[in-house]
Each structure stands twice: as structure tokens, then as C-alpha cells.
Design a protein around this ligand. Structure first.
Ligand code: ADP
Length: 333
């Protein structure tokens, strides 16, 4: 698909370049030809006058006229060769330019395809489990009411998980191709963080985790909904992957150009070999996968990173197994 688009674009570029080059040649040819014509007419008059004995005879008149014809042919030849040269060079340049023009579109389509493949793959596993469970139980002729209820409860859990997966996929695709222009508003960091803490507090209470919010009230420009989503993801993870009765700390500091917001937990930590991958889509550290009480599809951090990028910021992470993890979000002040 992209190859044929590239060829088509190349042909269009070549056509435009050739049109310009031929117009140019035509104008040059006509201009020089007119000059030759004037010179030719002038020579003709000189010859006629010479024959009438009006001037002393200048030498080699007919040879001069032959030379003019020869020059004319040579000029056409040179222009033809130049045009062919331009055709070859412009074809190469156009092919290169067409490739360059199409590259971002190609990358975007490839990324979209990868996204669809990943998403379908992630959806297939729980759906298959759900289907198998229902089929097996339907075949059981002596299925009791209690067993049926247990089955329905387990099915409901799966459906809730699937719903959160589809919500996450939607959020990710929503932020995937935003570029941060045109939706900036002035926002207060405290307001965002208070909101985020309010959302995660019920979850923290279940594990008796204290959230200490020490973020200062800086003002920055950005997308309120996006930044709230980003810190909900980080705080939710901090609570999810922390042990009971621990503390999650939210702090901030500011330099001339950057506002740093830190989410620090005293949780299980992340292994060094996992750190480079945790921002990848659908990446979950194996340990987390096996923990049945910790739900998630490995989409949170990729959404968070995307939102930070849209704000021309970044997220860094440092972690120590058994000690805890610190995520630092840096946003332009
Ligand atoms: P999810 O939490 O849905 O699995 P994320 O993309 O949010 O997906 O996180 C990816 C992985 O990074 C998680 O599976 C978890 O193993 C690890 N992780 C993220 N945050 C923390 C944290 N604060 N402490 C320990 N591990 C974490």
C-alpha cells in the first residue's frame, strides 16, 4: 500500500518538476532563438548590401549562417540532455521525498495495527476463559443453584475486568494521537492532586495506607483531565503495589523551567530488569500477573507516559526491591 502511494507521489513530484523544467527550457530556447534570428536577419541584410556593393565585403558570411544553425541544434541538444538529467535526478529526489513524506503516516498506521493486534490479543484471553467456564457449566446437567450463582459471580468479575480493559484502551487511544496543541488551560496543581487523592483514598483505606499529600500549589498549563488521569494512574499503582499499613508520599519542587511531582511508595519495588519495560503497552511484571488480587492489564503506565509526552514532559522511575518506588513526573513550568 505504502509502496504504491510512494510511487504515485514520486510520479506527481516528477511531473511537477518536469513541467517547471520544460517551461524553463522553452523560455530559454525561445529567448536565445530570437537572438539568433535577429543576428541572422542582420547578416542577411549585410550580405544583400555587400552584393549591391554598398559595404566593403566582410569574409565568411555563409559559414557564419551555417554556424548559427549548428549552434541552434547544439542548444536544443544541450537543453534536451539537461532535461533528461533533471528527470533522472528529480525522480531520485522525488522518490526520497515521497518516502520522507509518507514515513510518519506509515509509522502511525503500523502503530495502530500493533495497537489493534495487542488489544485483540488481550481481549481474547479473558473472553476465552469466560466462554470455557460457561460451556463447561452448561454441560453439567446436575448444576446446583449455588454452583450457578458462583459461576455467575465469577463471570461478573471477568466482565468487570473486561470493562476496565476496554475503558483503558479507550483512554489510551484518546491520548495516543493528541499533540497537546489547542487544549491548554491554566490549572492549579493542588486542585488536581486533591482530586486524585480523593479518588484513591477508598482504595488506600482498604489496605490502611496513608496518603501524604505535600504537593505545592503551582500553576501550570495543560489538560486538566489528562493530568488528573496521569496522577490517578501513579497513585493507584503506588497503593496497589504497596504493603498494608505503609505510607505513600506526594511531593513537588520547582526549578526555573520544570515542575517535578513525585509519587513515592514503600511497596514491593520493581526489579531492575523490568524497569525499562514497565511503560510498554500491556507489560506487567510477572509477579503482579500471578497476584490474583491485583487487577490490571499493563496499560496504566503507557497511558501516563503518553499524557506526560503530550505536555512536553517526562516520567522517570527509580525503585528498590523491598524498599519502594519513586515516580517523578517533570512538566514544563
Ligand atoms: P498495571 O498496573 O495495570 O499492571 P501499569 O502499566 O500501570 O499496569 O504498570 C505496569 C507494571 O509496572 C505493573 O504490572 C507493576 O508490576 C509495575 N508497577 C507499576 N507501578 C508500580 C509501583 N508503584 N510499585 C511496584 N510496581 C509497579
Amino acid at each position: 500500500m505504502f509502496h504504491s502511494a510512494r510511487i504515485k507521489l514520486t510520479l506527481w513530484y516528477v511531473l511537477i518538476i518536469m513541467f517547471v523544467s520544460m517551461m524553463f527550457s522553452f523560455i530559454i530556447y525561445n529567448g536565445i532563438n530570437n537572438e539568433f534570428g535577429r543576428f541572422e536577419r542582420y547578416q542577411q541584410i549585410r550580405i544583400e548590401r555587400e552584393q549591391q556593393g554598398l559595404f566593403p565585403p566582410p569574409p565568411l558570411r555563409s559559414i557564419e549562417i551555417g554556424m548559427i544553425e549548428e549552434s541552434r541544434q547544439r542548444l536544443s541538444m544541450i537543453l534536451f540532455v539537461v532535461d533528461v538529467g533533471i528527470l533522472i535526478i528529480s525522480a531520485g529526489a522525488a522518490y526520497f521525498l515521497a518516502g520522507k513524506t509518507l514515513r510518519p503516516i506509515k509509522e502511525m498506521v503500523e502503530e495502530q495495527n500493533r495497537f489493534i493486534t495487542d488489544a485483540s490479543h488481550e481481549l481474547r484471553t479473558p473472553l476465552t476463559a469466560l466462554r470455557t467456564e460457561i460451556e463447561v457449566n452448561l454441560r453439567d446437567k446436575k448444576l446446583s443453584l449455588d454452583a450457578a450463582k458462583t459461576l455467575l459471580k465469577s463471570n461478573l468479575d471477568e466482565v468487570v475486568n473486561l470493562q476496565s480493559l476496554s475503558d483503558n484502551l479507550l483512554t489510551l487511544s484518546q491520548f495516543q494521537y493528541k499533540n497537546g496543541n489547542g487544549f491548554w488551560e491554566e490549572i492549579s496543581l493542588s486542585e488536581i492532586m486533591n482530586n486524585v487523592v480523593k479518588k484513591i483514598t477508598p482504595l488506600a483505606r482498604q489496605k490502611n495506607i496513608v496518603i501524604e499529600n505535600k504537593v505545592k500549589n503551582y500553576t501550570l498549563k495543560g489538560d486538566k483531565q489528562g493530568l488528573t488521569e496521569l496522577f490517578v494512574i501513579l497513585l493507584d499503582n503506588a497503593v496497589k503495589y504497596s504493603t498494608k499499613n505503609s505510607v505513600v508520599l506526594l511531593t513537588s519542587n520547582k526549578t526555573d523551567s520544570v515542575i517535578n511531582i513525585e509519587v513515592i511508595d514503600q511497596g514491593e519495588g520493581i526489579k531492575e530488569e523490568d524497569l525499562p519495560h514497565i511503560f510498554d503497552r500491556f507489560y506487567r511484571v510477572d509477579k503482579a500477573r500471578s497476584k490474583e488480587n491485583i487487577t490490571g492489564y499493563g496499560l496504566g503506565l503507557s497511558i501516563a507516559r503518553k499524557i506526560a509526552e503530550i505536555h512536553k514532559g517526562e516520567i522517570k522511575v527509580v525503585s528498590k526491591i523491598g524498599k519502594g518506588t519513586k515516580f517523578t513526573v517533570s512538566l514544563p513550568a
